[in-house]
Each structure stands twice: as C-alpha cells, then as structure tokens.
Design a binder for this molecule. Structure first.
Ligand SMILES: Cc1cc2nc3c(=O)[nH]c(=O)nc-3n(C[C@H](O)[C@H](O)[C@H](O)COP(=O)(O)O)c2cc1C
Length: 312
C-alpha cells in the first residue's frame, strides 16, 4: 500500500514534510498549492513552496514531493506545470478541492467541481504540456454543494488523461465535518480505471483499514491525522505503536532546529503552537503544553519547557 502525505496550505510546508518523512511511512508528499492566475510564475515562487526541487524533487529522507497547482486557466496552468517539471518536480497534482472563498470567487479550487468540462479542459491542457513520463494527478472533493457530479467529474478527469485521482470524501459544503463518505470513493472507483487514492478523516490504523474496506482503495492520503500523530503512517503500514508523548517531545525539540524568521515572524514558536492544536486530538498533554508556551516568543524558551516536560 501507498501512504501519501496530504497537501495542507500554511501547515505542511517543507519543514513539516522533512520532519514527517523522517519519522517515516510516507511514499509521496504533495506541496501546498501554487496559485496560478494569468502569468508564468518565476522560479523563486516554486522554490519557496517546494525547496525540495533543489534536492531532486525529494525530501532529505528521499520521499518524492509533487508540486500542486491551483487555478482555472488551462493554458497558464499548463505553462506553469511545465516549469515545475523542468525545475525537478516528479509530477504535477491539480487541486480541485480548495474551499477557500477567495480562491473560489475567482473560479479556482472546489468551485470547478460544478463545471465538469472545465475540469476536463484543465487536466487535458496540463497532460498535453507535461512529458508523458511524469504523472499528472488530480485531487477532488465529492462535489461542491452535493455529490451529483462526483462520478462525471472523475470520469472527465480520467478521460483528459490524468494518471491518478485522490478523492477527499466530502463535498465543499460538508467542509471538514465528520463523517467522510468513503463508500462514495468506491462508487467513483468502480466507474473509472485510473488508480484512486482515498482521503479524509483517517486518524488511526483502524480507521485507515475501515477506509480501505469502504473505499475499495489500497492507497490512502493522510493529513490532519499525521499531524495529530506523527508516526501514523508507520502505525498504518507497519503496525507500529502510536508515538509516545516522550518521543513526541523529542521530535518537537528536534524541530526547534528550524527556528528561522519567516514571512509571519518567527517560524518555530508559531508552528509549535499551531501543531499543538492538531496534537490535542491524540495527546491530552498537548493542551497543557499549549498553555505553557502560548506567550513564549522564541525557540529556546519553548525548548526549555519541552525539556522540563520530558524530564517529568
Ligand atoms: C489547513 C488545511 C490546508 C489544506 N490545504 C490544502 C491544499 O493546499 N491543497 C489540497 O489539495 N488540499 C488541502 N487541504 C485538504 C487536505 O489535503 C485533505 O484533503 C483534508 O484535510 C482531508 O484529509 P485529512 O482528514 O486526512 O486531514 C487542506 C486542509 C487543511 C485542514
């Protein structure tokens, strides 16, 4: 089976990809989306979102990282897809699931799920532009407001030449609220022939198994579940025990090596606080950690708290 690390804008950036692929179990990562409007983007934009391009398109642990594009103009998407490939991306993923209002207002993301022909045109243009040895893949939700176009959309994406389809098993309107409708992925799978990857609401090895059964897919993508438990991919694939709080604390300390100034101020403190929000689901201790660090502004102070916790 293949486990893919989900793209998560503002959360799963290259440092998080590095950390999680080092923990292990992932076969592929997909970048945060690169927004394409009406121009060819410069190299630096691709390198900012995917510095792994300078490492042969792989994380330091050797896991391939596929660039994801989001937009509505087939030709601009095609040209930028080719740039990403030339820079070293081992394929292109197309985002047809983003629920963000700004993105949908300009006809990008999930709103395209209302227009089956637009999906076809985009995938076809990108597939035609990208050399055939590189996969062109797509990520969809089951629909925008309802699921009536789910199968038509998947079939259009297949007919346009996509090599693989990831399905987040909910509509845009259903957002991120459980449940995920894994049985709908099975319906899509039985009406298409390209490989399908199941995604949505997998938080444990048991849920991964249930998802595989209900979706009839061997391969899965995990996002929030991998943040809530960094070794979830190993639990699913190799029956590993869930990472202990002590091991997790060491991981968070190790992550402090990534203390840098980014666009939004200091990177490490902000990311650890954000990460606590996901960790709370699996580790009750994360709530206390968040309270202990929420006013702290730099890595050394947070690491001191983490060291105190791990010595208890
Ligand atoms: C904060 C956040 C950012 C996301 N950004 C992206 C993105 O850039 N591209 C994309 O295709 N999906 C994005 N998604 C959707 C996830 O890839 C995934 O489909 C969704 O979280 C369901 O999977 P999960 O239950 O395993 O988290 C995002 C989700 C979240 C919560």
């Amino acid at each position: 089976m293949k486990v893919v690390l989900a793209p998560m804008e503002g959360v799963v950036d290259h440092l998080m990809r590095e950390m999680l692929t080092q923990v292990g179990g992932f076969d592929l990562c997909v970048t945060e989306f690169v927004r394409i409007v009406d121009q060819k983007l410069p190299t630096k934009t691709f390198l900012r979102l995917c510095p792994e391009l300078e490492n042969g398109g792989k994380t330091v642990s050797g896991v391939p990282v596929r660039v994801q594009l989001l937009g509505q103009h087939p030709q601009w998407l095609a040209e930028n897809a080719l740039t990403a490939i030339e820079l070293g991306s081992p394929g292109i993923d197309l985002n047809f699931g983003c629920p963000a209002k700004t993105v949908n207002k300009s006809r990008g993301g999930a709103v395209l799920l209302k227009e089956t022909q637009a999906l076809y045109d985009i995938v076809k243009a990108v597939r035609d532009a990208v050399p055939s040895e590189f996969p062109v893949t797509a990520k969809i939700r089951l629909g925008f407001d309802d699921k009536s176009k789910a199968i038509d959309n998947a079939q259009a994406i297949e007919a346009a030449g996509a090599n693989e389809l990831t399905v987040h098993a909910r509509t845009k309107t259903e957002g991120y609220k459980p449940p995920a409708y894994w049985d709908w992925i099975a319906k899509i799978k039985s009406n298409t022939t390209i490989p399908v990857i199941a995604n949505g609401e997998i938080w444990s090895a048991e849920e991964a198994y249930q998802c595989q059964q209900q979706s009839d897919c061997e391969n899965i993508m995990i996002g929030r579940g991998a943040l809530a438990m960094p070794n979830l991919a190993n639990c699913i694939k190799y029956n590993a025990s869930p990472m202990s709080w002590e091991a997790l604390t060491s991981l968070l300390i190790q992550y402090s090596g990534y203390e840098i100034y980014g666009d939004k101020g200091r990177y490490y403190p902000n990311r650890i606080k954000q990460w606590c929000g996901y960790l709370k689901r699996q580790y009750p201790q994360a709530e206390q950690l968040f309270n202990d660090i929420r006013r702290l502004q730099n890595a050394d102070d947070i690491v001191a708290v983490l060291r105190r916790q791990s010595s208890h």
